[in-house]
Each structure stands twice: as structure tokens, then as C-alpha cells.
Design a binder for this molecule. Structure first.
Ligand code: ADP
Length: 307
């Protein structure tokens, strides 16, 4: 297969603070995929994006974007990709319209040529076209940044944490926009620390401490969950966590708001009964204990737990 992005054994360290940001990372993204890089702060997502977009050199490994080497062919790569970095990348003192003109001109492109790609997003920005970009709301800034990253019709779009700090309603809308971009034959590679957004991707790579933990579809990751997950609600989650230190059942547990999530590794039915007895012996009041299907966050916790 001709991969849209192919990353092989990529390593990157920051010697100044002895951090291994990327540790033997290998991922391949299919053409026209909506691919997510999912992991917490400090996992290495921005480092990887900066290498993919030719802004940072790796220590070792090999990366191609649309078959082009990100080091040897960096100029060609730059003209073919769009990048929405994690930090605000527009000119705050230029108006909305001036920013778009600036980015189109920089890529020797004309707004009129590619208006069809950005039209649904641009329409929402039109009422603010004379406003300085620095004065837009968080969600609107992201929409303008997206228009600027798309105005030269890239074949592949990289977005580094585009929804961080954006309110939940705008986050949902932003993902719908990403689906729309994918439908215009643009490969989309996006990073996020929000596990719930992972399910909106075709495939995801889970990353932690610079290492890729799993690459699969969200459903495959959920299907591969080992163990049986239960939840229960309690008014005293801290007290319960303290008592859990005495629990000898083969299980893993963690708080989820006022709920406890608990994974049993042996026969679920008898483990669950034994656990309820344990709670009663320790006079822990609880309710709504039931078996649930894990979400991506549960899978992530399970995959990164100390062995
Ligand atoms: P993420 O985007 O997932 O939050 P980053 O790639 O920003 O992760 O960071 C990965 C690790 O590398 C973190 O420990 C971070 O502190 C470190 N790091 C990132 N950029 C630099 C830098 N320019 N100099 C030194 N350390 C860095």
C-alpha cells in the first residue's frame, strides 16, 4: 500500500532535560483516513507532529509523507501539507480576512480557487471578517486557523490538539467539520488528549511516554479489552479507595467521578459477588453496581497499567 504517512522506528530525545519524547515510534496512516493520535499531556504528540511537518529533526528513524522523505524532501512536503499547530498560529493584529489572504498568498494560491473546500467554515466567519484575529473566541480562532491551513488545498492535514481549551459544543462541531474535510479526499491526522474524541476517528494510535501502545480502530481496541468491567456509585469514593488497598481479588480499579470502575480478571460473576461481600464487610455503602462496556479511556488505563 502507498501510505499517506509512514513512520518507522522514530526516536527523539531532548538532551537538555534528558527526556525521551519519542521511543521507537512506528505508525502508518492510510490515504483518506481520519487518524487520531491519542494520549495525555507530555506523551510526545507535538514532538511527533513537528517532525511530520518538517519543523523538527528526529534523532533516528524514517518518516515519509505521501512518499516524500520529511528531511530530504522537506520543501515538497511543506507545499503539500496543511498544519494547524497546537499554539495559536495566526497574526492577532491582522483581521480575519487579512489572515486568510496572507496564508493564500504565502502558498501562491488564490482564495477563489479553493473557496469550495473552506466554504462551510468560512461562512460562519464572514460576519467577523473585519475583526482582528486576536479578538475572536477560542472556537472561532480555530475555525479561522483551519481555513488558513486549508486554503492551498493540502492533500493531508495535520492538526495538533485542535480542540484543547475549546468548549464541548464547539468541540463536537469541530469534529463534524473534520469529517467534512475528510470527505473532500483530504487525509486528516489529528492529535487529542480527550479520550472521548478517539471514537470519532477511523483508527487511532494510543501514545504514552513517547511509546505507541496500540494502533487499531476504536472498536477493535474496545473488543481487545481484557477482563470484565463493572461500575458502582458511592458517596464516599475516597473512603472506598482507601479500603480497596485491602482487596485481594485479581482486579484493577480506579475512580471515575463519584463512581468506581473495577476490572475483574477471573470469572466475572463470582468475582462480582465476592467483591460486593467485601464491600458489605467494610460497611461501604454503594449503589448501581453493574457490568458496563469499556470506553477508550478504560482501555487506555488498562493498557498502561503497571504490569
Ligand atoms: P504532548 O504534545 O503529547 O503534550 P510533547 O511532544 O509536547 O507532548 O512533549 C513530550 C515530552 O518532551 C514532554 O516531557 C516535554 O516536556 C518534552 N519536550 C517537549 N518539547 C521540548 C523542548 N523543546 N525541549 C525540551 N523538552 C521538550
Amino acid at each position: 500500500m502507498d501510505w499517506a504517512v509512514e513512520i518507522e522506528h522514530l526516536n527523539k530525545t531532548y538532551p537538555e532535560n534528558h527526556v525521551t519524547a519519542l521511543d521507537d515510534v512506528s505508525i502508518a496512516v492510510k490515504p483518506n483516513e481520519l487518524f487520531g493520535l491519542v494520549g495525555p499531556d507530555g506523551a510526545g504528540k507535538s514532538t511527533l507532529f513537528n517532525i511530520l511537518t518538517t519543523l523538527l529533526l528526529p534523532d533516528s528513524g524514517h518518516v515519509t509523507v505521501l512518499g516524500m522523505d520529511v528531511i530530504a524532501d522537506y520543501k515538497k512536503v511543506r507545499s503539500t501539507i496543511g498544519y494547524l499547530p497546537g499554539v495559536f498560529s495566526l497574526y492577532p493584529d491582522l483581521t480575519v480576512e487579512e489572515n486568510l489572504i496572507f496564508f493564500a498568498t504565502m502558498y501562491k494560491s488564490k482564495i477563489s480557487e479553493n473557496m469550495s473546500i473552506i466554504k462551510p467554515i468560512w461562512r460562519q466567519l464572514l460576519p467577523f471578517k473585519k475583526r482582528r484575529a486576536g479578538k475572536l473566541s477560542g472556537g472561532m480562532k480555530q475555525k479561522l486557523a483551519l481555513c488558513c491551513a486549508l486554503i492551498h488545498k493540502p492533500t493531508i492535514l495535520f492538526l495538533d490538539e485542535p480542540t484543547t481549551g475549546v468548549d464541548p459544543v464547539s468541540r463536537k462541531e469541530f469534529w463534524e467539520i473534520l469529517k467534512g474535510i475528510q470527505q473532500q479526499d483530504i487525509t486528516v491526522v489529528v492529535s487529542t488528549p480527550y479520550m472521548d474524541e478517539a471514537t470519532l476517528c477511523d483508527r487511532i494510535a494510543l501514545i504514552q511516554d513517547g511509546r505507541i501502545i496500540e494502533v487499531a480502530t476504536p472498536n477493535q481496541i474496545i473488543d481487545n479489552f481484557e477482563g470484565t468491567l463493572y461500575t458502582l456509585t458511592t458517596n464516599n469514593i475516597f473512603g472506598l479507595l482507601e479500603i480497596m488497598k485491602q482487596c485481594t481479588l485479581p482486579c484493577n480499579y480506579y475512580p471515575n467521578g463519584d463512581q468506581l470502575h473495577i476490572v475483574f480478571y477471573e470469572d466475572a460473576e463470582s468475582s462480582s459477588n465476592a467483591f460486593q461481600q467485601f464491600l458489605q464487610e467494610h460497611q461501604i455503602e454503594f449503589r448501581n453496581m453493574k457490568r458496563i462496556t469499556p470506553n477508550i479511556e478504560d482501555c487506555f488505563i488498562e493498557l498502561v497499567k503497571p504490569k
